[in-house]
Each structure stands twice: as C-alpha cells, then as structure tokens.
Design a protein around this ligand. Structure first.
Ligand SMILES: Cc1cc2nc3c(=O)[nH]c(=O)nc-3n(C[C@H](O)[C@H](O)[C@H](O)COP(=O)(O)OP(=O)(O)OC[C@H]3O[C@@H](n4cnc5c(N)ncnc54)[C@H](O)[C@@H]3O)c2cc1C
Length: 567
C-alpha cells in the first residue's frame, strides 16, 4: 500500500476532527482514518448532555476564566493548568465553528445557542442538541470529512504499531470483512481510540468496543500511560445495565432520593446539591447504599432519580432519549415514576501521555481524545468537558501532525513483520488441550474491578484486585478462538479486546495501590486525605521487558494555587 502521511486510528469525535483539520492544513496530504466500527457508531454518538463553553448566552456574567477555574478545581488540582487554559479558551471558537459547519445546537428564546447547568460548573455553560449532542456532532464531522476526501477504512481492527527504534513506521490492522492482516505504512500515526472504562464490563456506561485498544497498542510499543488509576464513575447509570442517564437530567432539575424519601445530597454538597462534581455525587450515592438507605432489588441496590416534577413537556422535549432508555431498559416512564440508578464506570481520565500538541515520546506517534492524557481532567473530569476535549485537542493534533508529517521520511513495513502478526492471530485460532473461554474471563475482570478497584479503594482490596488480574492474565494464555471463519470473526475481535483490557487493568490497579491518598475519583479508605506533599504529581506506567515500570511527572501549575476542594 502507498505510504500515508497520516493514519488516524479511530473515527469518533477526536479522530474525525483531527482528519478534518489535517486536510484543511494541507489538502495535498494522504490521510486515512481506520475504525473498527462505522465512524458514526463510535461512542461519541452516545454522548447526551453536551459540551462546555463560556459563551455567556444563558448566564451573561460567565467567563473563560471561570471555566478554567472550575476545571482545575474539578480535577482536584491535578490537571496541567496550561493545557486547561487551551481547552477553555478554544471552547467558544470550537462551538461556533461546529455551528458554522452544520451542528444543530438547541436554542434559547433569544435564538442564541442554548446552555444548561452541569456538575461542578459555576455557571450554566453546557451547549447541547437536546440529549443527542454527541450524535449530531459526529454526523456533522463525518459529513465534512467525506466532503473533504478523507479516506476511510471502516471495519478495520488496529493490532499493533510497527516500530523502528524511537520512531513508528505505521500501523498493522486487520480487515474485519476478510480477516486479512494489512500494513498501513505511515509517516505519522494518531491514536483516537476512546476510553477503557468497559473493562468494568456490566458496571460501565461505555460501548462494548471501549476496550482501550489504542492505549494497549501504544503501551506494548513502549509509550508511557499517564494517571491510569483515575477512572470516573458517573453517578447515574441505569440499575440493570449500567447505561447512562445524562447529567443533563439533573441539570434540568432532577432530584436524587433515597429510600427514606430524602434528597440526601444536602448531607454531602449543601450548595451544589445534585450538581456537585461526579466523584462527590457517586461517593454520596454509594455511601447511602452502603449505609442501608438505598433500595433493594434482585438486580442490585440502587437509589432514585426523580424527574416527575419537571413535567411531561420538558421531559419529552429536552430528555427524550432518557425517557426512551428508561422505558426500554427499566420498564419505567420517568414522567410517572422515578428512575432506578446506581454509579457506573464511565470515563478514563488516564491514557497515553502526550504534550499539549498531542505528541507522545515516540517520534511520529500522536494521541487525542479520551485515549490520551494531556492532562486537562486531572483526577476528575467535569461533565461536558470531554466532548470539548476531543474537539479542541482533535483539532490541535490534526494540525500538528499535518505540519510535522513532512519531517519524517516515508516508511515501509516488511512482509516478515506482517507475517508475525498473522502468526500471532493464527496461534490463537487453533484450539487444543485445556482452554478458557473469553466470556467468563471478561465477566470476572469486570467483577473484580468493580469490587476491588471501584469507587472506594483500600490496600487489601487492591492487592486482591491485582492478584485476580494476574490470574486472569495467566488464564488468558489458554483462551482460544473457536470461530475459524475469516469473515467478521467477532469471536477473534472480542478476544483481542479482552487482551487489551487485561493489560490496561493491571496499570489501573497497580497505580491505585501506589497512590496513597484520596484525590478526585480515586478514594482510598485507608488514606482518606489528599496528600499534596507526596502525591501532587502525575503517575506514569511504562512496559519494560514485560513488566510495568512506574514513573512520575510534575503537574504544570499556573495562577491557581492548591486549595481545599469544597462544594
Ligand atoms: C454514554 C456516554 C455519555 C457521554 N456523555 C457526554 C457528554 O454529554 N458530554 C461530554 O463532554 N462527554 C460525554 N461522554 C464522554 C465522551 O462522549 C467521550 O469521552 C468521547 O466521545 C470520546 O471520544 P473519542 O473520539 O476519544 O473516542 P470514541 O468516540 O470512543 O471513538 C473511538 C474510535 O476508535 C475506534 N477504535 C477503537 N479501537 C480500535 C481498533 N482497535 N481499531 C480500529 N479502530 C478502533 C472506534 O471504532 C471509534 O471510532 C459520554 C460518554 C458516554 C459513554
């Protein structure tokens, strides 16, 4: 195949924005986007609530400065302040740019772009398209990419980076339609493969494909992961499935109620109540449940999200998808009954370590979106800041790679290297002797993570989690693929995803054990206080000779000093 200037792995918001911007920067470049699902089915399409920008449409006194401060405070002071400044200053521009290329934002009565309150934000600044924001953004970007002539390789599964010393030669991927392993030689590779929270399996709001493939590929190639211990639990997942009820439901005025009929958030966040940041609201719900004030059911314990007082008109116009999901997955109509909810693993704050331009330590390899850790979210992401992150940093990385591709000479990937990847897959596909089934391992991984590496963490639980993961990795060696077909071998793909999740799960659990403090989403019962002296730093995890080597990196400070975080 002709060498590419840029190969982008991922057709979500980050990947598509990167492709669009790279084309705009230099239309002569040869750019490919690979995606294991059709781009408009990427997890970005599931984002309901919206994207933050201090437009000042709803609250006239909102400012970019306030957005910056809310984000840094929300991150429990672990975000890099220069990166947050970029995120928030670019926000109004990017929302308007999306509007100019066709995103149908919801409107206020004066016809300006509508904004709703979101957790941890001092002003209502979350811009939305009803409760289908991600879907509409993704459609807009996909149309623009097709129009500009971006080459799409849909239903291609990325397997490995091809590496030559300190630089990459491109990517090796499998065509899912034919099973053929193909080389994508490229001057630059951008990872935009989304998050890894699906490792919590059915206690997760994520799409099945959010298995952290890009992070695992980069990790295997020796690129460090940053802050992997920080996994965000969203307060309101549906009780049975973990599917998400957007924060927009509380933004519109929904209440959280325990079995005694109390709006219990008054105990934990007097001022912000249900609109406290996610880490705080999730801990509050879990505490209510642990202390016996939750509801019981065969499908698990839960509390109520009550929207009834908002009225049928508002629910139907602003939260139509939430109503549909509650009806389909819980048999509950929120106009008439409260929705049963419980916190659900939702977002990966950690990811591929990058600078503010999306560069990694490996020449020619970049990352953006949820798979990257820039870091703008630190120890806890604010709702509405991730769509913003993927757009802002998707655009930046697209521009950077387009500018820098010329620095690198065209690469080739040898037949011998391609054959190695093929042989690896073939070995998995020959059942013999004692074997394990991936489905059981995937369930067990989710269970041990939810139980031992979940919202509340503690040394003995984390040791147990690490031990379980090590045993699962050992058992994984015996997992075999029983479908021998070359065409859409979903069995093979799920096994590969499980391998990626297992590799990353170890970094999450090891990082959580090492970090002896409580900060943002990471709560240690045995170290309940934030310890700035010892732990105000990013952690790194690098794979060296098959072992996870821990490292660290300072947090970039700016004008905001460390403060106690109260709401
Ligand atoms: C239910 C839900 C609701 C959310 N709501 C909001 C919200 O309201 N506001 C907000 O700010 N954030 C929200 N988020 C978070 C936000 O949507 C995500 O962080 C963001 O969309 C991630 O975008 P991305 O482009 O990084 O990755 P994704 O959209 O996840 O896309 C990943 C892409 O990578 C591809 N890929 C992955 N692995 C491979 C592989 N091995 N080979 C080839 N391709 C691969 C996939 O096919 C896909 O195209 C929500 C998240 C969820 C789960």
């Amino acid at each position: 195949m002709k060498p590419f200037d840029i190969v982008i792995v991922g057709g979500g918001g980050a990947g598509l924005y990167a492709a669009m911007e790279a084309m705009k920067t230099n239309p002569a470049l040869n750019i490919a986007v690979l995606s294991k699902v059709y781009p408009n089915r990427s997890h970005t399409s599931a984002a309901q609530g919206g994207a933050n920008a201090a437009l000042g449409n709803k609250a006239k006194d909102d400012t970019i400065e306030m957005h910056i401060f809310d984000t840094i405070k929300g991150s429990d002071y672990l975000a890099d302040q220069d990166a947050v400044e970029v995120l928030c200053s670019e926000a109004p521009k990017i929302i308007r740019e999306l509007e100019n290329i066709g995103t149908p934002w919801s409107r206020l009565d004066d016809n300006t772009i509508a904004q709703r309150p979101f957790g941890g934000a001092g002003r209502p600044r979350c811009c939305y398209c009803a409760d289908k924001t991600g879907h509409t953004i993704l459609q807009t970007l996909y149309e623009q990419c097709l129009r500009k002539g971006v080459l799409f390789f849909n239903e291609y599964f990325a397997l490995n980076l091809s590496v030559n010393g300190s630089r990459s030669r491109g990517l090796i991927a499998m065509n899912m339609k034919t099973g053929k392993v193909e080389a994508f030689p490229a001057k630059t590779v951008i990872f935009a493969t989304g998050g890894y929270a699906k490792m919590y399996w059915n206690r997760s709001s994520n799409a099945a494909g959010n298995s952290g493939d890009g992070q695992a590929i980069a990790f295997r190639a020796g690129i460090p992961m940053k802050d992997m211990e920080f996994v965000q639990f969203h307060p309101t997942g549906l009780r049975k499935s973990g599917l998400l009820v957007t924060e927009g439901a509380r933004g519109e005025g929904g209440y959280l109620i325990n079995k005694d009929g109390e709006r219990f958030m008054a105990r934990y966040a007097k001022e912000k109540m249900e609109l406290g940041p996610r880490d705080l609201v999730s801990r509050s719900i879990e505490t209510e449940i642990l202390e016996g004030r939750g509801f019981n059911s065969p499908a698990g314990k839960y509390i109520h999200l009550d929207l009834r007082h908002l009225g049928a008109d508002l629910i139907k116009s602003r939260l139509p998808q939430i109503r549909e999901m509650s009806l389909n997955f819980e048999g509950v109509d929120p106009i008439e009954e409260p929705i049963p909810v419980r916190p659900t693993a939702h977002y990966s704050m950690g990811g591929i370590d990058t600078d503010n331009f999306g560069r990694t330590v490996m020449d020619g390899v970049y990352a953006a979106g949820e798979c990257a850790c820039v870091s703008v979210h630190g120890a806890n992401r604010l709702g509405g800041n991730s769509l913003l992150d993927i757009l802002v940093f998707g655009r930046i990385v697209g521009h950077t790679a387009a500018e820098e591709a010329g620095k690198f000479s065209p690469a080739t990937i040898s037949e011998a290297e391609l054959k190695e990847s093929v042989d690896e897959l073939r070995n998995r596909m020959q059942p013999s002797g004692h074997y394990e089934r991936y489905g059981a391992l995937r369930e067990e991984l989710g269970q041990t993570l939810a139980l031992n590496v979940g919202i509340f963490r503690e040394s003995s639980l984390l040791h147990k989690g690490i031990q379980d993961i090590a045993e699962l990795k050992e058992r994984f060696k015996k997992v075999r693929v029983f479908d021998s077909s070359d065409v859409f071998n979903t069995n093979l793909m799920q096994v590969l995803e499980l391998q990626n999740m297992l590799e990353l799960a170890e970094t999450v659990a090891v990082g959580a054990l090492a970090r002896e403090e409580s900060r943002g989403s990471h709560t240690r019962i045995d170290f309940p206080v934030r310890d700035d002296e010892k732990w105000h730093k990013h952690t790194l995890a690098t794979l060296v000779d098959g072992k996870v080597l821990p490292g660290e990196k300072p947090v970039t400070m700016g004008r905001y000093e460390l403060q106690e975080r109260t709401y």
